[in-house]
Design a protein around this ligand. Structure first.
Ligand code: FMN
Length: 188
C-alpha cells in the first residue's frame, strides 16, 4: 500500500514511552511537516515549541491537573484526580502548538492540520505520538500569561494543542480502532 495511506491507517495514540530521547533530525523533520501544512489564506498562524526539559513537562502536567481537578466534566475531573496519570505521559519530547488569531480565518483548524501532519510524519519515522488537548487549561487566560512566556510562546499566541513524542514502550502496537458506519455518502 502507498506509504502515506498506510501511515494514516496505522497511526494510533501511544501513551507509554521509553525513556530514550528522539534523534534531533527526526524532530526537525516532524516540525518541518507541521510547517508545510495548509492554512486558510496561507496565514501560517502557528508557533511550535519543542520541549525536552523534564521539569517543565512535569510542571505542565501538574498544572493541568490543578486546573481540571474541580472542573464540570466528570471524566476530566477523574483524570485530574488520578495520581498515576501524567497528562503528557512522561514523554521525552513534547511539541506545544500555539497560534495567533488574526481574525482572517480559523486558526484552530490550521493548527489542527499542522498537528496531524506532525503525527503522520512521526509515524513514518517510527516515532509514536499522542495529540493532547487538555493542557490548554494550564495556559489559558490573562492570568496565565507568564506560563506562556516561560516556554517562549510569542506575544499574542495562544496554546491550543500539544503532541507527545517518543519511542513506544508498549509490548504490542495497538491496531486501528473500528470506524463508525454511515459517515459517507456519494452523489453521482
Ligand atoms: C483535538 C484532540 C485532542 C485530544 N486530546 C487528548 C488528550 O488531552 N489526552 C489524550 O490522552 N488524548 C487526546 N487525544 C487523542 C484521542 O483520544 C485519540 O486520537 C482518539 O481516542 C482516537 O485514538 P487513536 O488516535 O489511537 O486513533 C486528542 C485528540 C484530538 C484530535
Amino acid at each position: 500500500m502507498n506509504i502515506v495511506l498506510e501511515n494514516i491507517k496505522k497511526r494510533r495514540s501511544i501513551r507509554k514511552y521509553k525513556e530514550i530521547q528522539i534523534e534531533s533530525e527526526k524532530i526537525d523533520a516532524i516540525i518541518e511537516a507541521g510547517l508545510y501544512a495548509p492554512s486558510g489564506h496561507n496565514a501560517q498562524p502557528w508557533h511550535f515549541t519543542v520541549l525536552q526539559n523534564k521539569n517543565m513537562i512535569d510542571q505542565i502536567s501538574l498544572g493541568t491537573k490543578e486546573a481540571l481537578k474541580d472542573c464540570e466534566t466528570p471524566i476530566f475531573r477523574r483524570m485530574a484526580r488520578n495520581e498515576n496519570l501524567h497528562f503528557l505521559y512522561n514523554a521525552p519530547t513534547v511539541i506545544i502548538v500555539s497560534g495567533k488569531n488574526d481574525g482572517a480565518y480559523s486558526m484552530k483548524t490550521d493548527l489542527g492540520a499542522a498537528t496531524q501532519n506532525m503525527l503522520l510524519a512521526a509515524e513514518s519515522l517510527g516515532v509514536s505520538t499522542c495529540w493532547i488537548g487538555l493542557i490548554v487549561e494550564y495556559f489559558k487566560g490573562e492570568e496565565n500569561k507568564k506560563r506562556n512566556e516561560e516556554i517562549g510562546i510569542p506575544e499574542g499566541y495562544e496554546v491550543q494543542y500539544a503532541v507527545t513524542l517518543g519511542y513506544s514502550s508498549l509490548e504490542k502496537t495497538p491496531t486501528s480502532l473500528a470506524r463508525k458506519e454511515n459517515t459517507v455518502n456519494y452523489i453521482k
